[in-house]
Design a protein around this ligand. Structure first.
Ligand code: ATP
Ligand code: MG
Length: 555
């Protein structure tokens, strides 16, 4: 990756280490649990882990944290691989699983027992809970804490052999039940789960706990920097305890950074799953979600997501990023790369009374205003056209520079027209406008001095493509929906609008661009997940939410 990120505190730490000892290696990992699809928060972690290593000629592992067979699924693992690749990162041959180390982890647990640093506890889950204490109350020792090493080895072997049922026994680290850090109060390191595992099948009925498996997998792989989110700060002493007491060859260092939270959206697999289960959205790749699959389908370019992750930076401060920051990254990238086209989202027919109805002119339209090299295309023009309903107002205020009765406007790349007559149906709704055109005002000819203040887009009625278009808005009404008890009540009922639009005919061709700007209407793409052709609006041209969002976030 060529983007050289500005130096955040993690990069500063690593570079200092490299200065102190140039033989240091930078080895990082991205360790998702395959229990859901990845979201924008994960993108931040992916960008950080892969870029930090790549910039320093290091390596990055993609390691599946598959220690809980009940929640995990191969479908999720496949989606994660696809998403990491799509974001533009390459783990090369470093694809691993916590389950690759089940033998080593099991042996490490036995070694801890042998050192009298782990014991099998036969307490019930309720008893375990009551011994644990609380943040204000110290824990107490379990009656099984002083079992002999032999008894522990025997019981652990029998746990592994399937002699006990789920929850009947656990293996715990023997640390300190009085520690002010709850994570050090003899945490569980192995539990019984009679459940088939997606990779190891029925080979095991005991599974290592996350903290144990994660710290040791890092050490086994020679990870030098284990970068994780702030909620693991309190787990760091336990992480180090495992590394120190198992006496691994490598000593990884855990460094925490703040999670990414994006306003008006959810970045938590559990909450996303809830939305999907309740059918509030149409699956993990619903374009209104900031899952990576959703953003891909929506048409967000991976470059823009990487750019966003770089802009939000890496700190230890928790914050809520405005949606506009992400959308601006998308706009900036598409502004330079997407070709321009014309399309009318809510069509209103106009007829040019003085234009020969048998005539068709093929007008030249630029593909990109800033890059003439991208060439031009032909736009057929005739006496019947569609314009945007919102570009006409019967009773228009003074500053309305588009079409009004008796008013004039320029049709982009074509002529100046005047609205002569308004036709309405029996309900009083405007159904058609009769206009006249001024033949001396053809764009690019310079034959007329006439000037008008407004220019609007249009499409020829006889040369147009019918298109199903989906416009998206924020999925939530509230800036911080994750704080909301009742998620359903925070949903924006207008987050999806489906329209039957008319697009210029050049889009009806094999070699039409799959991503384009419809002038004045935003950036659009073909939804690749749909069999029938449908278009998604990727993002509007301007941030109409900026003001509202700033206000809401400052309250
Ligand atoms: P979720 O809360 O969505 O389930 P998670 O942390 O449980 O997320 P994992 O699959 O365990 O999901 O995460 C893999 C990695 O991604 C972890 O290192 C985690 O710290 C990081 N990560 C997850 N969410 C975020 C986020 N919002 N911002 C930054 N990093 C994140
Ligand atoms: Mg997790």
């Amino acid at each position: 990756m060529s983007d050289i990120s500005p130096k955040d505190f993690i990069r500063q730490i690593i570079d200092q280490d490299l200065l102190d000892d140039p033989s240091c290696k930078v080895v990082t990992r991205f360790p998702p649990e395959p229990n859901g699809y990845l979201h924008l928060g994960h993108a931040k972690s992916i960008c950080l882990n892969f870029s930090v290593a790549d910039e320093r000629k290091g390596i990055t592992y993609l390691r599946f944290d598959d220690t809980n067979p009940i929640k995990e699924d191969a479908v999720f693992a496949e989606s994660i691989k696809k998403d990491v690749q799509w974001l533009g990162f390459d783990w090369q041959d470093k694809l691993t699983h916590a389950s690759d180390y089940f033998d080593e982890l099991h042996q490490a647990a036995i070694n801890l027992i042998k050192k009298d640093l782990a014991y099998v506890d036969s307490s019930s889950p309720d008893e375990l809970k009551s011994y644990r204490g609380s943040l204000t109350k110290s824990g107490i020792n379990s009656p099984y804490r002083d079992r002999s090493i032999e008894e522990n080895l025997d019981l652990f072997a029998r746990m592994k052999n399937g002699e006990f049922s789920d929850g009947e026994m656990i293996l715990r680290a023997k640390i300190d039940m009085k520690s002010p850090n709850m994570n050090l109060r003899d945490p569980a390191i192995y539990r019984i789960r009679h459940h088939q595992h997606q990779r190891t099948g029925n080979a095991w009925c005991i599974y290592p706990m996350y903290d144990f498996a994660h710290a040791l997998s890092d050490a086994f792989e020679g990870i030098t920097y284990s970068l994780c989110t702030l909620e693991f700060e309190d787990h760091r002493p336990l992480y180090n305890w495992f590394i120190d007491n198992v006496k691994t060859e490598h000593q990884p260092r855990q460094i925490e950074f703040s999670r990414l939270n994006l306003a008006y959206s959810l970045t938590s697999k559990r909450k996303l799953k809830d939305l999907i289960d309740k059918k509030i959205v149409n699956g993990w790749d619903d374009p209104r979600l900031v899952t990576i699959a959703g953003m891909r389908r929506r048409g967000y370019p991976p470059v823009a997501i990487r750019d966003f992750c770089q802009r939000v930076g890496v700190t230890k401060k928790d914050n809520l990023i405005e949606m506009g920051v992400l959308e601006n990254c998308v706009r900036e990238y598409l502004g330079d790369t997407a070709q321009r086209r014309m399309g009318v989202l809510k069509p209103l027919k106009i007829t040019l009374s003085n234009y020969d109805k048998n005539q068709i002119e093929n007008l030249d339209a630029q593909n990109h205003p800033n890059f003439p090299d991208l060439g031009t295309r032909k736009m057929p023009f005739c006496n019947e056209l569609y314009i945007e309903q919102s570009d006409f107002l019967e009773e228009a205020p003074k500053k309305f520079f588009r079409l009004k009765p008796g008013g004039e406007v320029r049709l982009r790349y074509a002529y100046i027209i005047r609205c002569e007559k308004v036709i309405k149906n029996s309900d009083g709704k405007v159904t058609e406008l009769i206009c006249s055109y001024d033949p001396d005002t053809k764009s690019g000819t310079g034959t007329s001095e006439k000037k008008v203040k407004g220019t609007i887009h249009w499409v020829s009625v006889r040369h147009s493509l019918d298109a199903k278009i989906r416009l998206y808005d924020r999925l939530f009404k509230l800036p911080n929906p994750s704080n909301c008890e009742d998620i359903e009540s925070s949903i924006n009922p207008n987050s999806l609008e489906t329209l039957q639009a008319k697009l210029e005919i050049s889009l009806d061709s094999e070699d039409a661009p799959a991503v384009f700007q419809l002038e004045r209407n935003g950036y659009f793409c073909i939804d690749k997940e749909e069999k029938e052709t449908k278009y998604n609006r990727i993002v509007t041209l301007r941030d109409s939410w900026a003001k509202i969002e700033k206000q809401a976030l400052s309250q």
